[in-house]
Design a protein around this ligand. Structure first.
Ligand SMILES: Cc1cc2nc3c(=O)[nH]c(=O)nc-3n(C[C@H](O)[C@H](O)[C@H](O)COP(=O)(O)OP(=O)(O)OC[C@H]3O[C@@H](n4cnc5c(N)ncnc54)[C@H](O)[C@@H]3O)c2cc1C
Length: 414
């Protein structure tokens, strides 16, 4: 889905509300587990969100068991464009604030752990007057919040990205505090640290049932059963299955959409920023690999429909992968000529975890308080702050105001 349209859909659904400061919070209502009772926790899902929550919990002395169906970062997190940003004035305000906090949290995390992150800002432009106006309006709103973001012309953009070809004379949004990560690299770094803190990461292990107990919850996998004080479901597109396991009133997720991500072999330094426009988007990692995202999407053919039906993350044949990578790199090479014929290291298909109204779903579930849910798009941007706040909510028995727009229970109010 178009990124700007997606955010507009979010704003239409949620309306504006004010965000409270991060440290404000209320003690949890009775029945919700707090620090005294929660010592052993199962985190279901080893994507970047689950890994961040596991890291934060284990850092605070919990016994953490991560249970993963396939392998760490095998799903959305390993097939993500991984731009970390707060470059749109998202609605409600609290969503923009959450993203902004997460960028700050990434800086803190990078002091604790060696993570593959690159801060270079982002450049974004469009080729129609309507979309350009959208960008200009958005940047004006962000500037009002004090964000370091400007509209610049092509000459200024050339100073920032000397090797970037920009056709025409677009106005370009330059958001200096954005960055990008290697999302699989961050996921593994968080899990390695969880293990160093005494945690376990078990895979493949598919959670097939969740049974709430008088105290704690029983987590059943296809090979074992774990009695824990609390379970966290950070299961991405698998969240609908978790909802079904506990008979949740409403599945919080909607149908996932796919995107293809091409990763080149390491190349000479070509790019400083994340570049995003109507045709393509790309950025270069610190090790030289360039990540290129798909914009146009594959043609509506039976072959493509059949291929996508089972929500694969990999291609059925090397030929199809190479054909798609070639098409995506060809488009990107209009802007970075070095990408024409670049060596391809991998081509993956990512499936976006999309909550029904586009906003994250985070927190203890009213129906089963021993289960904490964390499902979201933009999970690569949000993982550090979500991990930090989830650990506070779970271990300190707090309900953090910053998350009040993102509770599952909002779906029950219509
Ligand atoms: C093409 C694409 C581009 C994107 N671009 C960006 C971007 O630029 N910036 C950004 O911030 N976000 C972006 N996103 C979104 C972001 O990648 C996701 O929001 C994020 O990766 C979600 O992380 P997660 O850990 O919640 O989910 P996942 O990475 O999907 O991890 C969930 C894990 O749970 C496991 N699991 C599921 N069910 C079970 C079960 N029953 N038992 C055990 N394990 C289970 C799965 O195997 C999986 O490994 C993009 C996504 C895609 C697909």
């Amino acid at each position: 889905m178009d990124r700007r349209k997606f955010l507009h859909a979010v704003s239409g659904a949620a309306g504006l509300t004010a965000a409270g400061p991060l440290i404000r919070g209320a003690l949890a209502a009775d029945g919700v587990p707090g620090s005294a009772h929660v010592k052993r926790i199962a985190v279901i899902g080893a994507g970047i969100v689950g890994a961040s929550i596991a890291y934060n919990l284990s850092k605070r002395g919990c016994e953490v068991i991560v249970l993963e169906k396939r392998a760490p970062a095998a799903q959305a997190s390993g097939n993500s464009f991984a731009w970390i940003n707060a470059s749109y004035y998202d609605s409600p305000d609290s969503y923009f604030v959450l993203r902004t906090h997460s960028l700050n949290e990434y800086h803190r995390l990078a002091q604790d752990i060696d993570i593959p992150i690159r801060w270079g800002g982002s450049l974004e432009w469009y080729d129609t007057a309507e979309r350009e106006k959208d960008v200009v309006d958005g940047v004006r709103r962000i500037q009002n919040s004090g964000a370091p973001t400007w509209m610049i012309d092509k000459e200024k953009a050339r100073e920032i990205e000397p090797r970037l070809e920009i056709p025409g004379s677009p106005q370009i949004a330059w958001c200096t505090r954005d960055g990008a990560v290697d999302p699989a690299g961050v996921t593994w770094a968080l899990l390695r640290r969880t293990i160093a803190h005494g945690g376990q990461v078990i895979y493949p292990a598919t959670v097939t049932a969740l049974e709430a107990q008088a105290k704690g919850i029983r987590v059943v996998t296809d090979s074992d059963t774990f009695e824990v004080d609390l379970a966290v479901a950070a299961t991405g597109v698998g969240t609908s299955n978790i909802a079904a396991m506990i008979d949740l009133e409403i599945d919080p997720m909607r149908v996932s959409t796919s995107g293809i991500i091409v990763t080149t072999a390491p190349m000479e330094p070509v790019l400083n920023t994340v570049v995003y426009n109507a045709d393509t988007h790309f950025h270069q990692l610190g090790d030289g690999r360039i990540i290129v995202g798909e914009k146009a999407g594959p043609a509506e053919t039976d072959q493509h429909r059949n291929f996508l039906q089972g929500r694969p993350n990999t291609y059925p044949t090397a030929e199809l992968a190479s054909e798609h990578a070639g098409r995506i790199l060809q488009v990107a090479s209009r802007y970075v000529p070095q990408l024409a014929g670049a060596e391809v290291a991998s081509v993956g298909v990512g499936w976006r975890p999309l909550p029904k109204d586009g906003l994250p779903v985070i927190g203890h579930l009213h129906k089963v308080p021993q289960l904490y849910l964390a499902a979201m798009h933009s999970g690569v941007t949000l993982a550090p702050i979500v991990g930090h706040i989830a650990a506070m909510e779970i271990l300190d028995g707090l309900r953090i105001d910053l998350l009040s727009d993102f509770r599952y229970e909002r779906f029950l109010m219509d």
